[in-house]
Ligand binder design. Structure first.
Ligand code: FDP
Length: 350
């Protein structure tokens, strides 16, 4: 046995070590955030293990169905929600939870309350579960001033007020990408150790990208600027090469690729869905937070995504996010269109 190599293997930057290091940079910190994060990490590990076993354990049946043992089966997204709700409440550090799976927000009982609100989608991209495509958990964290006097307004805040955001992707490997407001770091689960190891330190998105990612099946209902932008990706008029199209249809996977390789991910408004499809609190905000922290941008078509003030917990918004220069282009096209609309005596055909 190569003892030296083994000893070297133990000198790893685990997510726990990373968070404790970060905590020590804030002497006033009481360690509450580190505890909260360790519970989020536990939820991710649990869901990762369930996702990996899904095909074998027949966890992918319909919620409410019974399996051969006569036990009620839980669909993976229902199970993942229960896992995260329990993990977050048992941390003793949360006061409000907003989950994609629950119509109403959960107010944690006063004896178990802490200062954090967590907004999350426990298993995003669920239409991809049955075919084994990458899916993920997305989360964002806000902090309240007074945990004994909390209202829903604590989570109806612009994304720029989030303290932290991240996602965990259950794919060919299990990768947790996190920002606590000073850059973005990626950790990969080492299944033999059961630990997330820092594998992608200080992620920076390339300033320009060669990939666009969108559901082009909706193209006939897009507005003018979106159509123009995508046309330009395919038929650039400046001598550049056309961009490649990559669309998995699972936000975590599409955003993860965008973050690492650069490019743009868009889920725009269209005539059928004027607010787009993706949810502000637990899809648009956390991903926009990560993009900005990695040097990219996120835009709703009208404003910086993180400036949006949601009025409902399950509100939707169009989103364009990714490399700085790509989002700049979309912004310019939107602005141009707005100017034309203002100057035109006749309404433009969308
Ligand atoms: P899903 O419906 O499979 O849960 O908001 C959920 C989401 O997936 C995102 O993960 C994904 O980016 C988007 O919807 C895909 O929507 P389309 O199928 O309309 O392209």
């Amino acid at each position: 046995m190569d003892h030296e190599a083994e000893a070297h293997r133990t000198d790893l930057m685990t997510i726990t070590r990373y968070v404790l290091n970060e905590q020590s940079r804030h002497p006033e910190s009481r360690g509450d955030f580190s505890i909260l994060l360790s519970h989020i990490v536990l939820g991710c590990k649990f869901v990762c293990s369930s996702v990996n076993k899904a095909g074998l354990a027949k966890l992918i049946g319909l919620a409410g169905e019974t399996n051969v043992q006569g036990e009620e089966q839980k669909k993976l997204d229902v199970l993942s929600n229960e896992v995260f709700v329990k993990a977050l409440i048992s941390s003793g550090r949360t006061c409000i939870l907003v989950s994609e799976e629950d119509e109403e927000a959960t107010f944690v009982d006063p004896p178990l309350r802490g200062r954090y609100c967590v907004v999350f989608d426990p298993l995003d991209g669920s239409s991809n579960i049955d075919c084994g495509v990458s899916i993920g958990t997305i989360f964002g964290v806000y902090m309240v001033k007074d945990k004994d006097d909390v209202t829903l307004d604590e989570v109806l805040q612009p994304g720029k007020n989030m303290l932290a955001a991240g996602y965990c992707m259950y794919g060919s490997s299990c990768t947790l990408v996190l920002s606590t407001g000073s850059g973005v770091n990626g950790f990969t689960l080492d299944p033999s150790l059961g630990e997330f190891i820092l594998t992608h330190p200080d992620i920076k998105i390339p300033k320009k990208g060669k990939i666009y990612s969108v559901n082009e099946g909706n193209a006939k209902n897009w507005d003018g600027p979106t159509t123009k932008y995508v046309e330009k990706c395919k038929f650039p008029n400046d001598g550049a090469s056309p961009k490649s199209l990559r669309y998995i249809g699972s936000m975590v996977a599409d955003v993860h690729r965008t973050l690492l390789y650069g490019g743009i991910f868009l889920y725009p408004a269209d005539k059928k869905s004027p607010n787009g499809k993706l949810r502000v609190l637990y899809e648009v905000f956390p991903m926009s937070f990560l993009m900005e922290q990695a040097g990219g941008q996120a835009f709703t078509g009208k404003q910086r995504a993180l400036d949006l003030v949601p009025t409902k917990i399950h509100q939707r918004s169009p989103i364009f996010l990714g490399s700085y220069d790509e989002v700049e282009e979309i912004k310019a096209l939107m602005e141009q269109n707005l100017l034309q609309v203002m100057l035109s005596p006749l309404p433009l055909v969308m």
